[in-house]
Design a binder for this molecule. Sequence first.
Ligand code: BES
Ligand code: MN
Ligand code: ZN
Length: 508
Amino acid sequence: MKITVRQGEIQKARDEALVVNLFHTGSASTKLGGATAAVDKALSGALQRVLRSGDYKGEKGQTLVLYPEAGFPTPRLLLVGLGKQADFTLDVARQAAGAAALKLQCLGVKSASTVLHGAGAGGLEVEAAAQALAEGSILACYRFDGYRSGASGDRATLKRLTVIEGDARRLAGLRRGLRAGVQIAEGVCLARDLCNHPGNTATPTYLATQARGMARRTGLRCRVLDEAAMRKLGMGALLGVSAGSAEPARFIILEHGKLTGKGARRPLVFVGKGVTFDSGGISIKPGAGMGDMKFDMSGAAAVLGAMQAVAELGLSQPVVGIVPATENMLDGKAVKPGDVLRTMAGKTIEIDNTDAEGRLILSDALAYAQRYKPAGIVDLATLTGACVVALGEHASGLLSNNDELSAKVEAAAQGTGEKVWRLPLWPEYREQIKSNVADMKNTGGRSGGAITAAALLAEFVGDIPWVHLDIAGTAWTAKTRPYTPRGGVGVGVRLLVELARNWGRRRA
Ligand code: BES
Ligand code: MN
Ligand code: ZN
C-alpha cells in the first residue's frame, strides 16, 4: 500500500472513494465539523440527513458507505466513526484508519483518498496522527494466505491511499508521520509473517536466513552463530533445549548504530524467545492445541520486526537484537527432567520440566547480552501459560528489576496501545526455584508461574536495567480485532520501536 499526501480541498478529491470521519453523536442535531462539514455542504446536507435518521451514530470504527449524487467527484463516500470525543485517543485514530481501510479493501477499492483522522477536534499532533493513520491502514489490510493454492499472495489489495490536507503548514509533519508509520507497520507485518508461517517453514535456520536478508536490505550488521560457536561460548542451556531436535539451533545477532569507539553510546538490547515449535520435549504437552505452539517464536519475530523498523527509521540510538532460536522436541538425545545444564554465565540449572524451555534459552541470550554493556535490556517471550491465566489476551505481563526502565516501557506501550501490566518480582519468589542439586531449577510450581519464570531470568541480567515482557497471551489472536486480523499479532514491535525512538529523543 502506497500512502501519499496531497494538498487540496477534501470535497474536490477525485478517487475511487473518499473517507471522512465523525465523532459519536448523542443527538440527531449534531453540528458536523472540519472536512466532514465541507463534504456535507457539497452533498447538500446528505450527512446531516444520515445523522437525523439515527441509523448511524459514528461509533468507534463504525463505517457507512454512501453513493453521492452525480456531480460529486468520488463515486463512494465512506464515513468512519471516531467514537465519543471524550474517549478519543491515538489508538482510536489507528482503529478508525484500520476500519476504513479494511472496508475499502472489502469493497474491492484499489485507490482512495482520506482525511487525516484526529488532528482536528481530536487534538492529536499532526505527525502522530499521520503515523497512526499509516499504521492502522496497513495493519488492518494485512493478509496471510500464502499456503492456500490459488491464493494471489497479495498482501493488501487496497494499493493507494492519498491523505488530503488543506493546510500547507501541516504537510511536512504529515509526510514525516506517514513515512514512520509505514516503516513501523512493515516491521509489524514482518513479525506477523514469521509467526504465521508453520513450524516446518519457520525453522531456526529460516529465522536466521530471514534476519540476514533483512539486515542486508536495511544496513544492519548481522551475525549468526551455529551450534559449534554456541558450544565454544558455553551456551549449555540453549544447546540442551536444542539437543532433541533434528533442526540445528541458531543464535542471531543484529546490530544498529555505533557500538564501539569514541562517542559510542550504550545500546538498548532487545532479546526475543525463538522457539520455532514447542512440543514440550520429554515433558510433552497434551495434543489438543499443540499446533498453536508454532507461535512460540513470537518474541523473536517482534525483535526482528523492530530491528527492521529501527534501521529504516535511522534512529540515533544504538540498538542490538538477539534471538536464540531452536525447536523443543523429543528424541533419545533430548534433555530429560532431572538433567543439569551449565549456562554460558556459569550458573547451573536443574531441569524439572523440559516444557519450561523458554527461560533456558533466554538465560544464555541474556548472558550474551552483557557483552554490550546495555543501557537497558527488554526481552519478549511467549513464556508461560500462567501469564495467560493472570492477564488474559489483552495485556502482556511486565516484570522488571528497574522502576525507571519499567516506566519507559509503560509509557511506550501507552502510545502504541499495546497494553502491559506489571507483576511483582519480590525476592520471596526466588525461593520457589531453589534446586537440591544445582544453582536453580527451571520451574517453581503452579503458583505465580509467570513470576517464578521471570525470577530465573533475573539471575542472568546482573544489575543492568531489564524488562521482561511475557507475551504468551498477546502474541496470537483467534479472532480479528481492530487493525489485527486473526493469527500472529506482531505484538511488541511498535512498543520496542517507540521505546528506542523516545530514548534517542530524550538524549538529543
Ligand atoms: N511456550 C510455553 C508457554 C505458553 C503456554 C505460551 C501456553 C502460550 C500458551 C512455554 O514454553 C511453556 O510450556 N511453559 C510452561 C512452563 C511450565 C512447565 C513451568 C507452562 O506455562 O505451562
Ligand atoms: Mn514449553
Ligand atoms: Zn515455549
